[in-house]
Design a protein around this ligand. Structure first.
Ligand SMILES: *[C@@H]1O[C@H](CO)[C@@H](O)[C@H](O)[C@H]1NC(C)=O
Ligand SMILES: *[C@@H]1O[C@H](CO)[C@@H](O)[C@H](O)[C@H]1NC(C)=O
Ligand SMILES: *[C@@H]1O[C@H](CO)[C@@H](O)[C@H](O)[C@H]1NC(C)=O
Ligand SMILES: *[C@@H]1O[C@H](CO)[C@@H](O)[C@H](O)[C@H]1NC(C)=O
Ligand SMILES: *[C@@H]1O[C@H](CO)[C@@H](O)[C@H](O)[C@H]1NC(C)=O
Ligand SMILES: *[C@@H]1O[C@H](CO)[C@@H](O)[C@H](O)[C@H]1NC(C)=O
Ligand SMILES: *[C@@H]1O[C@H](CO)[C@@H](O)[C@H](O)[C@H]1NC(C)=O
Ligand SMILES: *[C@@H]1O[C@H](CO)[C@@H](O)[C@H](O)[C@H]1NC(C)=O
Length: 513
């Protein structure tokens, strides 16, 4: 009964919205053929900076091929309050000759339709072109030293932040195991881990991660137990680039970002990866709300996805996080908010849900800890700065979310998760004994990180045992904050308290590597 209720809620709240939206959040549909958004002037002057921002949003500076579109764009700009000059995606090389003006989408010149103000294009005044919203007229202007609003367009279905051929690509920068990565890709437009079909595509993917710390990533290649290679997205196995393929090293494959070669690896390792999906699939990509994430035990990495500067001018992004079993919990592992942004977290999806936290630059250091909702849901609203922003620094955030398993004793944790002492963050009971079991059959390490630890010293203990041998490995009491690295495949954590004095207890993140 409960499950049905949850599914109905899901359909009601999100499917309808998803189907109705043909433009990603922040973009407006005009004439049923273009999604348009205006991005206010960027800190760094120049057309190319604005173009870059449109590209980041999965689009381009707008190309205008009909009078109807031109009028609609001018009108929309006025409605949205953009009354000053607006860059359009046209560049010109010859005075008074629209034939020598090329559109940003690379598909032809402005001979068949243009709306230049008399005397333009005037290349002495610059090779870029801006529109004056009040008249809809186009005027030549400098590309480099000015800061104008820019009109971006994206396709009406889906949004690709990175496109190669007919496919969209999206990185999962935080490490996950192979199954989790597949799960995340599935949520991104029904995609899968990247399959690779040509040396060009291989190079495109290799060039994706500019972070030098990322030396290898999962790709969608996998070996069956019968030692046959296949792609997770079921496409043809028509291209290989192995350095090393050996079933004894595991059934999954990585690509080295150094030389693009593929190597066998155990699927339980935690690595970055890249998702891929058909550009024609109808879906919403980056920062198009509401983003619905449902977790059945895995913890997904959420990130601000774009760097802060690319987000300017975009309305709040929001996520609905759902944990079907247990209480939803979230853990920020990076928080660098700009002075004008905030992240609001609510204990549910309704407008009256309790505010769990309102994170800003001022208080962000207090939130490197888990926050647990009082329901199966967390609503996360990320409000970006839109105006008058600090653009001298780059800002971003990322978080994990998933079920909080701390609610009851005696449970086995098979995945990453959060466990806490009873009543946490309120005082734990006296004369209490609670045992948690952690199993990591596929991986190498179990990592425990206490983000809060306060028990009665030498009386109330957290004891960590190797489950197999039964040996006590660590024992904590008092005020501690600790990382533990255990090489065990299974662990037992016992919390025992005596009959006197109680404290706030502890909250621990368990990571399986
Ligand atoms: C401009 O485009 C038209 C067709 O749209 C084409 O006939 C013409 O050759 C093009 N001019 C230039 C200079 O490329
Ligand atoms: C070129 O720029 C100058 C100075 O801003 C302006 O006076 C002139 O009208 C512009 N030319 C055209 C054709 O718009
Ligand atoms: C190639 O495979 C060998 C093992 O066969 C490994 O030692 C080496 O690091 C691999 N090189 C790259 C670039 O992945
Ligand atoms: C939220 O609270 C207001 C005022 O108490 C109430 O009128 C409204 O129905 C509530 N909304 C929901 C979704 O519960
Ligand atoms: C969160 O904090 C920001 C910045 O102080 C504020 O503008 C916003 O209204 C707050 N949100 C809530 C729900 O209190
Ligand atoms: C953003 O923050 C700066 C201070 O860093 C402030 O001067 C500016 O007015 C803020 N902008 C908005 C839109 O609140
Ligand atoms: C706590 O409970 C476990 C399992 O029931 C038991 O093995 C252990 O001896 C108990 N510890 C204490 C200190 O009571
Ligand atoms: C832990 O440290 C805090 C602050 O120093 C102190 O108030 C508290 O009593 C300590 N708790 C224990 C159990 O020692």
């Amino acid at each position: 009964m409960c499950k049905i209720l949850v599914l109905l809620l899901f359909s009601f709240c999100f499917f309808i919205v998803t189907n109705a939206i043909v433009c990603r959040d922040g973009f407006t549909l005009i004439n049923n053929n273009k999604c348009i958004a205006f991005l206010p002037p960027y800190f760094d002057p120049g057309y190319s900076n604005s173009e870059y921002r449109c590209n980041w949003l999965g689009g381009n500076v707008v190309s205008i091929r009909t009078a109807i579109d031109n009028t609609a764009i001018a009108k929309l700009a006025i409605n949205k309050g953009y009354l000053d000059k607006i860059w359009i995606g046209l560049k010109c090389w010859e005075d008074n000759n629209p034939d020598n003006c090329i559109w940003a989408d690379q598909q032809g010149n402005a001979s068949s339709y243009n709306n230049f103000q008399p005397g333009n294009p005037q290349t002495n005044n610059g090779s870029c072109v801006y529109m004056i919203p009040a008249t809809g007229k186009w005027v030549s202007g400098d590309c480099d030293n000015v800061r104008f609003t820019v009109a971006c367009e994206t396709d009406i279905i889906g949004a690709c932040t990175h496109k190669f051929g007919d496919y969209c690509y999206h990185p999962i920068v935080g490490g996950t195991n192979h199954d989790e990565a597949l799960n995340i890709c599935e949520q991104l437009c029904g995609g899968s881990l990247v399959s690779i079909h040509s040396p060009e595509e291989n190079e495109y993917i290799r060039g994706y991660f500019i972070d030098p710390k990322i030396t290898r990533i999962y790709i969608g290649a996998k070996m069956s137990n019968a030692a046959t290679n296949y792609w997770s997205d079921d496409t043809d196995w028509d291209f290989v680039n192995f350095n090393h393929s050996n079933i004894n090293d595991g059934l999954c494959y990585t690509m080295s970002t150094n030389d693009g070669k593929w190597n066998s690896i155990n699927c339980g390792r935690s690595l970055p990866s890249i998702c891929k999906w058909k550009a024609s699939s109808s879906c919403q990509a980056t920062c198009t709300g509401p983003k619905y994430r449902e977790e059945t035990g895995l913890i997904t990495l959420l990130t601000s996805e774009l760097s802060y500067n690319q987000y300017r001018g975009i309305p709040p992004c929001y996520y609905v996080l759902h944990v079907p079993n247990g209480l939803a919990a979230i853990w920020f592992n990076s928080l660098q908010l700009d002075p004008n942004s905030s992240i609001e977290l609510y204990s549910g999806t309704s407008e009256n849900s309790t505010l769990l936290a309102n994170i800003t630059q001022e208080n962000q250091n207090d939130y490197y800890k888990s926050l647990t909702s009082s329901s199966q849901f967390i609503k996360l609203v990320s409000n970006q700065c839109n105006d008058n922003c600090d653009v001298t620094n780059d800002y971003s955030w990322s978080a994990l979310f998933g079920p909080n398993y701390g609610a009851s004793c005696g449970e086995v944790l098979y995945t990453r998760g959060v466990i806490t002492s009873q009543n946490y963050p309120n005082n734990y009971p006296n004369n209490y004994n609670c045992t948690y079991y952690i199993q990591n059959p596929g991986g190498y390490f179990i990592t425990i990180y206490f983000d809060h630890f306060e028990t009665e010293e030498n009386h109330d203990f957290v004891n960590v045992y190797d489950q197999k041998s039964g040996t006590l490995q660590y024992s904590f009491s008092g005020n501690c904050t600790q990382y533990l690295f255990g090489s065990e495949k299974s662990m037992r954590i016992e919390f025992t308290t005596d009959g006197r004095n109680t404290f706030s207890g502890w909250s621990a993140h368990i990571d399986l590597v």
